[in-house]
Design a protein around this ligand. Structure first.
Ligand code: GUN
Length: 281
């Protein structure tokens, strides 16, 4: 029987720690403030943004909400970011993605002051992570490392295989595992003999975006499996990961469920980054 890594519990612990820190800062007269920008009314984005604001409220972070029309021009959005960059009372800026097609996400990400970039998508933060310099670390990858550490999983010296090479998860989590002295392999859609590679893993992180793709044959006995995928079955509330939980759970030593694994960690680490960003300013 594998240990089920409880992301709800670990994320709640992190939020409590952040809450305490925010209270301490408040006693020193420092208010932590996150500006959240949403463009348009995409329903999934509205749910995510709503959850982020709720988490802010819970830990005592002030959130400023900017809801812009779908048709807003890139210039207007960039000038709002510039204004927020300059505000001393705002220490974190988050622009919910995806953005409408007429706006360049890359330009928007680059416009955010890297010291206020709580998503850590700015190339300066990605570069800092790459060379091990201080900076903000993107939330989901940082959350995965916390799940491992707080579950007592040693990373140093372990064979770590990351399946998926996205800028948001695959690449940064590979860099973090490397920083923790893991031996890291990144596999992707063009990888040959994927099963052979994934079966080497002591720690297998799956972020491919394909429902239940990783079955028992991909996993070494006793491996720790982290599932970053999230897929909703159409017409139902049931959620699935990139890992076929039923088939993999009996062979691994620990596994994250979907939901309740990696998912809740992202917002907890966002709260953590809101406090961390203060140190950079
Ligand atoms: N859209 C989906 N995930 C994210 C995220 O982590 N940050 C932002 N800004 N937008 C997202």
């Amino acid at each position: 029987m594998a240990v089920i890594i409880d992301g709800k519990k670990i994320s709640a612990q992190i939020k409590e720690e952040v809450k305490e820190k925010v209270e301490q800062l408040a006693q020193e007269g420092i208010q932590v403030t996150l500006a959240v920008i949403q463009v348009g009314k995409d329903s999934a984005s509205s749910v995510y943004v709503g959850n982020k604001k709720k988490a802010c409220e819970y830990v005592g972070i002030r959130s400023l909400s900017y809801e812009l029309e779908e048709e807003v021009s890139q210039e207007e959005l960039l000038s709002l970011i510039e204004e927020l960059n300059g505000r001393k009372d705002v220490n974190g800026i988050l622009v919910q993605l995806p953005l409408p097609k007429h706006i360049s996400e890359e330009s928007v990400i680059r416009a955010i002051d890297p010291r206020k970039d709580v998503d850590a998508f700015h190339p300066v933060n990605v570069g800092s992570l790459c060379i091990g310099a201080p900076g903000l670390v993107s939330c989901t990858p940082a959350g995965i490392i916390q799940l491992l550490k707080r579950s007592g999983v040693e990373i140093a010296g372990k064979e770590c295989v990351v399946v998926g090479r996205s800028n948001i998860v695959g690449k940064p989590v590979a860099l973090l595992l490397l920083q923790e002295n893991g031996t890291v392999t990144v596999a992707h859609s063009r990888t040959r003999n994927l099963k052979e590679i994934t079966r080497r893993a002591d720690i297998l992180v799956v972020a491919v975006g394909k429902r239940q793709m990783i079955t028992r044959e991909y996993v070494k006995e006793g491996a720790v499996v982290i599932d970053v995928g999230i897929h909703r079955e159409e017409g139902s509330k049931k959620l699935y990961g990139d890992v076929d939980f039923e088939s993999v759970e009996p062979v691994c030593s620990a596994i994250t469920p979907v939901p309740g694994g990696v998912g809740p960690m992202t917002i907890a680490m966002l709260m953590y980054n809101c406090v961390e960003s203060l140190k950079l300013q």
